[in-house]
Design a binder for this molecule. Structure first.
Ligand code: G3P
Ligand code: MG
Length: 342
């Protein structure tokens, strides 16, 4: 008698919906994975009772490394491969600014990392606060470059250089020195160090990769982020000039990043899952009402905001932007989506 053929497991179906995740406070905290995060992604990869695979992307305001570096480390932490093609950092959409500016000052991050990011984006001429301090240490009397910073910084005569834009890519490691240099340039004539504009309207434009006032770390209370630095710089500028400072902000909850996220998701769904039509719903899982929930609620009704309790949002408080639902953590968020869809 012929042997019965073993039952083949049916091929998983692919969800017509999609997810997008915030990272800090949702999947990670101070560089460590949130314990349930790998399981949440495993479920979306097909390990679920509905036999469905669901496309997803990551939209973090964080930054300071190239997308490739960041995805390599993040894949290990999440125990699943994450591609730069499904990943946006705060500064990712700022790569377009390379077409607009020649010499730019890039601020933030550790060591030379942000210079490398900007150069990888194709910016023609990238300078850092370290380069300026190597040229003239008196710019910031209380800041001394370490030997390594001194070695890596690039000397040039900044009294002859026009800095065309200031790009804050990642969290400043030294607010005092970075603020001093940013203010020097904002108040300068045409972005030349050592000059002072009479109108205070000739300095280079200032861009921030995001505007998060606080973010979630391993300390119990949220910590000041890049948005707080921006508030501080704007206050100094106002005190000095009596004028309002104009700052262009990327990252969540800003539209430029929303547009970028939709394009990235469309390309990812088409490339990996063969989907050409728009997702029926995009579930966005975040921890910060002002950033994530506002972002998901603001631009398109097909986005559905989910707030978790593992980051900035604290249970018992009223979120400034109301999510569609509040759940304990990212695993509960994924379960909520799968139950709602199937
Ligand atoms: O500095 C990064 C932090 O402000 C937020 O990161 O992943 O929560 O958008 P994320
Ligand atoms: Mg977050």
């Amino acid at each position: 008698l012929p042997r019965p053929t073993p039952k083949q497991a049916a091929e998983p179906i692919v969800g017509s919906y999609a997810l997008a995740f915030d990272i800090d406070g949702v999947l990670m905290r101070s560089g460590d994975p949130i314990p349930v995060a790998p399981e949440a992604l495993r479920m979306l990869n097909g390990d679920n009772e509905y036999n469905v695979r669901v496309p997803y992307i990551f939209v973090t305001n964080g930054g300071g490394k190239t997308e490739e570096q960041r995805c390599k480390e993040f894949s290990e932490k999440m125990e699943t491969p994450v591609s730069p093609n499904q990943f946006i950092q705060g500064h990712t959409p700022m790569r377009e600014l390379r077409k607009k500016y020649g010499t730019v000052l890039v601020v933030g991050g550790i060591g030379e990392a942000c210079r490398q990011v900007a150069e990888q984006y194709g910016f023609a001429d990238v300078v850092t606060p370290g380069d300026i301090l190597k040229w003239n240490p008196n710019v910031c009397p209380f800041r001394t470059l370490t030997d390594e910073e001194h070695k890596n910084s690039r000397y040039r005569d900044f009294s002859q250089v026009k800095i065309e834009a200031i790009l804050v890519f990642a969290d400043s490691r030294d607010w005092a020195a970075d603020q001093q240099i940013i203010l020097d340039l904002l108040l300068s004539k045409d972005g030349v160090m050592g000059t002072v504009s009479e109108t205070y309207e000739e300095g280079p434009p200032l861009y921030f990769a995001h505007n998060d006032f606080v973010w979630a770390t391993n300390y119990d209370q949220s910590r000041y982020g890049m948005g707080a630095l921006q508030v501080s710089i704007s206050a100094l500028y106002k005190a000095h000039t009596n004028k309002e400072l104009f700052v262009t902000k990327y990252g969540k909850p800003n539209y430029e990043t929303f547009k970028y996220a939709n394009n990235l998701l469309a390309e990812w769904r088409e490339k990996i899952f063969g989907h050409k039509s728009d997702p029926t719903t995009v579930y966005f899982v975040g921890d910060t009402p002002e950033s994530d929930i506002q972002f998901a609620n603001k631009f398109d009704d097909s986005w559905h905001s989910i707030l978790v309790k593992t980051g900035v949002y604290q249970e018992g408080t009223v979120p400034k932007h109301k999510p569609k639902v509040i759940v304990d953590n990212v695993l509960e968020a994924v379960k909520y989506v799968l139950e709602r869809e199937h």
